[in-house]
Design a protein around this ligand. Structure first.
Ligand SMILES: Cc1cc2nc3c(=O)[nH]c(=O)nc-3n(C[C@H](O)[C@H](O)[C@H](O)COP(=O)(O)OP(=O)(O)OC[C@H]3O[C@@H](n4cnc5c(N)ncnc54)[C@H](O)[C@@H]3O)c2cc1C
Length: 308
């Protein structure tokens, strides 16, 4: 989806949107990239760019597809994907900000949440006032989602949640969590329920953050859930959604993967532009190296793969 090349689904209005985001990203985000990288050299993500998160939210660039009545803009999901791609073109970590909570938390809240849940949780997430996390992965359950061991036991009108989540992006700084837990363990994939947890609920802690090599300013955390008590109102979609969490997991990942693909595309576009610039400026054997056919082939392959 690079600017100016043939892209059948991209309307002139979307190209305008791309230009606007590109200008914003180059002017307001790119100058801070190095600063946040250097502040987070240990990879633990202790210095999260709160200033940028809030600014991006205020500009309305978080979860643009969420309808206006819940704080969004009611734009197409494709437009949101263009935003993610353009932000990734200037910085990987900042693209997590526009991708993660919007696609993996706002989208499931909007698609599966009750009216009350949407009104309560979406506006602060979309405005960048709060951060949301999607807590599915566990030490023994990665690709094999159905094998999660976190349990939510029903006791009277309450559920008691116990378990351990791993690799949770923005986990230790999030305000709102979509937590996947087994409510009917013997039913496997059909015994999973999604609970909306809030940071100040008793029993939630963040024992460890990963030391990452990339996306350094965005923390990735473990989450311990110890006798966290909730009512059935905290089930995403309400009590009738009990044991239907696998559909939420898969739908959210479908949207999340579009965002991750856009991040990859934005990063590839940036790499191509830098390679093109360097090859045009670097002189060897008395000529810019771009005049050598071997270099031209590499650049042509890059451009072709990005456009495809
Ligand atoms: C930076 C980062 C952020 C993350 N953020 C989150 C988050 O916010 N929330 C969350 O819930 N999770 C998150 N994750 C977890 C991520 O979703 C998991 O890493 C992913 O589901 C894979 O699980 P795993 O790492 O345990 O790998 P495994 O499932 O153990 O897989 C190991 C390898 O085996 C391969 N493999 C597995 N099964 C098969 C199969 N059937 N056929 C062929 N090959 C197979 C995999 O492709 C992989 O190469 C994050 C991970 C990272 C690295």
């Amino acid at each position: 989806m690079s600017m100016g090349l043939y892209a059948p689904y991209i309307t002139p209005e979307m190209e305008e949107h791309r230009k606007k985001i590109r200008e914003f990203a180059e002017k307001e985000l790119a100058p801070l990239r190095q600063e946040y990288e250097e502040k987070n050299l240990d990879g633990l993500g202790k210095e999260f760019p709160w200033d940028l998160y809030k600014k991006i939210g205020e500009r309305g660039y978080l979860a643009e597809h969420i309808p206006k009545e819940y704080g969004g803009k009611g734009e197409s999901f494709l437009k949101e994907i263009i935003t993610i791609e353009e932000v990734a073109r200037v910085c990987g970590t900042f693209s997590v900000i526009v991708d993660y909570t919007p696609t993996l938390v706002c989208n499931p809240l909007f698609t599966f949440g009750t009216e009350e849940q949407k009104k309560k949780y979406l506006p602060p997430l979309v405005k960048g006032e709060k951060v949301g996390s999607y807590a599915l992965t566990e030490p023994n359950a990665g690709s094999d989602v159905a094998s999660i061991e976190t349990k939510a036991e029903k006791k009277g009108d309450k559920y008691i949640i116990n378990g351990y989540k791993k690799f949770i992006m923005l986990g230790n700084i999030a305000d709102i969590f979509l937590v996947f837990a087994k409510t009917k363990p013997e039913a496997g994939a059909r015994g999973i329920t999604v609970f909306i947890l809030e940071r100040d609920m008793e029993g939630i802690s963040f024992p460890k953050q990963e030391k990452k090599l990339g996306l350094r300013a965005a923390p990735t955390s473990e989450i311990k859930l110890e006798n966290v008590e909730v009512t059935s109102d905290q089930i995403l979609g309400g009590p009738e959604q009990e044991n239907k969490g696998i559909y939420v997991a898969l739908d959210a990942l479908d949207h999340g993967r579009c965002g991750v693909a856009a991040q990859g595309l934005g990063a590839a576009q940036a790499a191509f532009e830098q390679a093109l610039k360097f090859a045009s400026e670097r002189i060897q054997f008395g000529t810019p190296i771009i005049s050598f056919q071997a270099i031209q082939w590499m650049l042509a392959d890059m451009a072709m793969r990005i456009d495809a």
